[in-house]
Design a protein around this ligand. Structure first.
Ligand code: PLP
Length: 404
């Protein structure tokens, strides 16, 4: 893979921050966008834009076709059996809320349990807590060990008669741990419990084939996949989506409206009330084409080599402690540095043009588990190279020298 050629496609990577070349190491929060995606977005607004599904005129029909085609690209990208299984949402967060509200809430009773893990992003905790509070159910979290690996023995033991749902991050946004989702899905299947995967940190790094995966739902966000923000995906099994009630009402999600009663559109439109981010969807299609041109296996290989290089180099920085050292780990490097507050680390690196994230990364319970209020986090995208890592490590060495 020619990383230099890939970097050249990202206009932002040739800009400067604080007078230094930008080193962007925050792709787990959101990826930068290649020219192909930026151009697809602009071209759509300049040449093809109209509202969809409503117009009889040529332009509206063209926009509708492009929007539909983007949905089919998502279908192909994740190996879904039908485009009807692809629901467009605002982001992964909304996709999880949709499942919580529409699928699980009507089935929950007092004393029921929803099983998650200690390493979840708040997006995969709070929606379940909200419906649990309304029904008297509770959210149970399986523990992670000191390496940031899910304790599967305890996980299995927490699956019980009252477990109504399992919802787990495929990849942790702090630890980078890749969870054993096949094993988790098998546990769900054996016990007749639906399994949702929060794939927000997985689909951009690993090959995903939902048809063979066996999960019930997966959720992810376009903005972490080199596409615009404001767009996400819920993939769900047709039989679930068919049976679920809509969760928001309005235009497009109806079949017929009258004051005597309203009937619902077919899936996935039943869950897509109102005008969607049409240009964002079209640009998402362009991002998926772009990723497929590179090849997800090539992306995975490159990022995993870079992760190895980064872990080796960061371990040599005095006082640096990596959070998450699972054998199966991907693209995320959270850490603490003895004597230095994470915010100081972030601010000082920023002066060198190096963008990393600091704080709790929307995973407060995980930081509690490690006795921390937060951490610093560097994360990788396909455009990162060894020079980015070397710049980060040089910066960290300087900071370590100042604080220790
Ligand atoms: N789940 C995980 C694992 C994430 O890392 C994130 C975002 O960082 C989310 C869910 C939420 O994504 P969004 O804010 O795009 O809905």
């Amino acid at each position: 893979m020619d990383v230099q050629a890939i970097r050249a496609q990202f206009p932002i990577l040739s800009t400067e921050m604080n007078g230094r070349p930008l080193v962007y190491l925050d792709s787990a929060a959101s990826t930068q966008k290649p020219a192909a995606v930026i151009e697809a977005h602009g071209r759509f607004y300049g040449h093809d834009y109209a509202n969809i599904h409503r117009g009889i005129y040529e332009l509206s029909q063209r926009a509708t076709t492009m929007h539909d085609e983007a949905r089919r690209k998502v279908q192909r990208f994740i190996g879904a059996g039908s485009w009807r299984e692809i629901v467009f949402t605002r982001n992964a967060t909304e996709a999880i809320n949709l499942v919580a509200r529409s699928f699980l809430a009507p089935r929950l009773e007092e004393g029921d349990e929803i099983l998650v893990t200690e390493m979840e992003h708040h997006a995969n905790i709070v929606p379940w807590q909200m419906i649990a509070a309304e029904t008297g159910a509770k959210v149970v979290a399986a523990p992670v060990d000191d390496d940031g690996v899910l304790d599967m023995k305890t996980f299995a033991s927490l699956v019980g008669r009252r477990t109504r749902m399992i919802s787990v991050a495929w990849v942790s946004n702090v630890l980078g741990t890749v969870n054993p989702v096949d094993e988790i899905i098998a546990i769900g299947r054996r016990n007749g419990i639906p399994v949702m995967l929060d794939a927000a940190q997985a689909v951009q790094h690993r090959h995903v084939d939902v048809a063979s995966l066996g999960a019930d739902f997966i959720a992810f966000s376009a903005h972490k996949m080199y596409a615009p923000s404001g767009l996400g995906v819920l993939w769900g099994r047709c039989e679930h989506l068919e049976a679920m009630p809509p969760w928001q009402g309005g235009g497009d999600m109806i079949e017929r409206v009258s004051f005597d009663g309203t009937t619902w559109n077919e899936i996935p439109f039943k869950f897509e009330a109102g005008t969607p981010d049409i240009a964002g969807t079209v640009a998402f299609g362009a991002a998926l084409d772009w990723m497929e041109d590179i090849g997800i296996e090539a992306i995975e290989r490159h990022e995993s080599e870079l992760l190895g290089h980064a872990m080796r180099a960061m371990r040599q920085v005095p006082g640096l402690r990596l959070l998450g050292t699972a054998r199966d780990k991907c693209s995320v490097l959270a850490f603490t540095l003895e004597g230095a507050h994470q915010q100081d680390i972030g601010t000082m690196l920023d002066l060198d043009g190096i963008a990393i994230r600091t704080g709790h990364h929307c995973a407060m319970p995980l930081h509690d588990r490690f006795g921390l209020t937060g951490s610093a986090r560097a994360s990788l995208g396909v455009y990162n190279n060894e020079e980015d890592i070397d710049a980060l490590v040089a910066g960290l060495r300087r900071i370590a020298g100042m604080f220790q």
